[in-house]
Design a protein around this ligand. Structure first.
Ligand SMILES: Cc1cc2nc3c(=O)[nH]c(=O)nc-3n(C[C@H](O)[C@H](O)[C@H](O)COP(=O)(O)OP(=O)(O)OC[C@H]3O[C@@H](n4cnc5c(N)ncnc54)[C@H](O)[C@@H]3O)c2cc1C
Length: 390
């Protein structure tokens, strides 16, 4: 086998599809016994959607996602519109729309494509570690089952990656932020929260994001608060009584929406550095395993998709037998871009939570800049394409 992939999340599944499309033989090993995704949405920006379209997933995605027309940025205290970003331009400008989709729907599209292309996907197989020599990588599994050999290992095993330490990368750091997520029927949301838009509400030490999923039949809600303690757990059920104090002086309509959600779940947010690079010898790390990032640019999944597409392009390029050199070339391309996205996300995370008077200056700056010029600033991000090597 050419490539073994650890993890069947967004990154691992996309890597499987992108590598198979370039003629590599691939197998995916996933820890979970059953494939499940969080009950939450995900924003897919044009850079990510262009790649998924090139993998022939466009029609299946379009059947489930919502194309956004705008991001509406509002003041948390009273809902006043600060600025509108005209996302309806994305298709013409960058070749793909700005889409929002339920994670279960995205996973369904990716898994169905993996199965349709005959890529082996083994469930219930947690990769424990790997060792490599100048010919191959050998994966061992937590269940003690048979080892697997491949020419290349792609570690796509997410935030708590078992493979990250093999590259000498430090564990992810808690970013003192907590995300609260819920999905509710769209009919339960007032008109202010409906439509083909992401709403971004900015306030004192917190912010809130909402957008439609399930072809517009449901509303995805994300509230982000500051928190000194990561606490145990991931996707932990939480009472709304713990959320509401963070939004005490916020717009009454938003508070009522948050208060009406029957079940919130929370995720502590982490960041991790790419350190000395995303590859070593025959092992490459992609997605959250390589670079967990704050979600304030909506790019963690998109970056995993980019990693996968560029990896396939580099491995299919000239000198394809010199795998270590190809992976180093890939890492050199990816690391500066990942650092830039991480830095922008971090800086958004600060700016979104500013208090008066910084918040007033921020809002004035956004109003003066205008939605068009704000969008122009994202050329470097949304216009990205993998290297042409074929
Ligand atoms: C609140 C929030 C909002 C977000 N919003 C967005 C957004 O709008 N847009 C966006 O692009 N991104 C967003 N993200 C980020 C995005 O969810 C992640 O970056 C993305 O899911 C990472 O994909 P991945 O494939 O690297 O990892 P994961 O999705 O975590 O997948 C890892 C997979 O590996 C498996 N696994 C783990 N360990 C092993 C092992 N040892 N062996 C085998 N399998 C293993 C896991 O079971 C899992 O299936 C958001 C994140 C958060 C927390």
């Amino acid at each position: 086998m050419d490539v073994a992939i650890a993890g069947a999340g967004i990154g691992g599944l996309t890597a499987g599809l992108a590598l198979a499309a370039r003629g590599f033989s691939v197998a995916i090993h996933e820890r979970a016994e059953r494939l499940e995704e969080a009950g939450a949405g995900i924003q897919l920006t044009p850079n990510a959607l262009n790649i998924l379209h090139a993998l022939d997933l466009g029609p299946a995605l379009e059947a489930r996602m919502v194309r956004l027309e705008a991001v509406r940025i509002r003041k948390g205290t009273n809902g006043t519109l600060i600025q509108r970003l005209p996302l309806e331009q994305c298709l013409e400008r960058w070749g793909a729309p700005y889409g929002v989709i339920h994670r279960v729907d995205l996973q369904t599209v990716l898994v169905e494509a993996v199965r349709a292309r005959g890529i082996p996907l083994q469930l219930g197989r947690e990769v424990r570690t790997a060792r490599q020599d100048d010919r191959q990588v050998t994966l061992s599994f937590v269940d003690g089952g048979p080892e697997v050999c491949a020419r290349i290992l792609v570690g796509a095993d997410g935030l708590w990656s078992n493979l990250r330490p093999l590259l000498g990368l430090a564990p992810p750091r808690f970013a003192r932020r907590r995300a609260w997520r819920a999905v509710i029927p769209m009919e339960d949301a007032p008109a202010l929260f409906q439509g083909r838009a992401t709403g971004l509400w900015l306030g004192d030490s917190a912010h809130c994001v909402h957008y439609p999923v399930r072809s517009g039949e449901a509303l995805n809600l994300v509230a982000v608060t500051e928190d000194g303690d990561a606490g145990p757990g991931w996707s932990t059920p939480q009472s709304v009584q713990k959320l509401l104090p963070h939004f005490a002086s916020w717009d009454e309509r938003l508070r009522a929406l948050l208060a009406g959600v029957p079940q919130w779940r929370t995720w502590p947010l982490f960041e991790g550095s790419t350190g000395g690079g995303m590859a070593q010898g025959r092992i490459a790390l992609i997605g959250d395993a390589a670079h967990p990032m704050l979600p304030f640019m909506a790019q963690g999944g998109g970056a995993a998709i980019e990693d996968a597409a560029e990896l396939a392009a580099q491995l299919a390029g000239p000198d394809r037998d010199d795998i270590a050199a190809r992976l180093q070339a890939w890492s050199r391309l990816r690391v500066p871009r990942i650092r830039r996205i991480q830095a922008e996300a971090r800086s958004n995370g600060e700016r979104y939570h500013w208090r008066w008077p910084l918040a007033a200056a921020r809002d004035l700056g956004l109003a003066v800049l205008g939605g068009q010029r704000m969008l122009d600033r994202y050329d470097w991000l949304y216009g990205w394409k993998p290297t042409e090597t074929a």
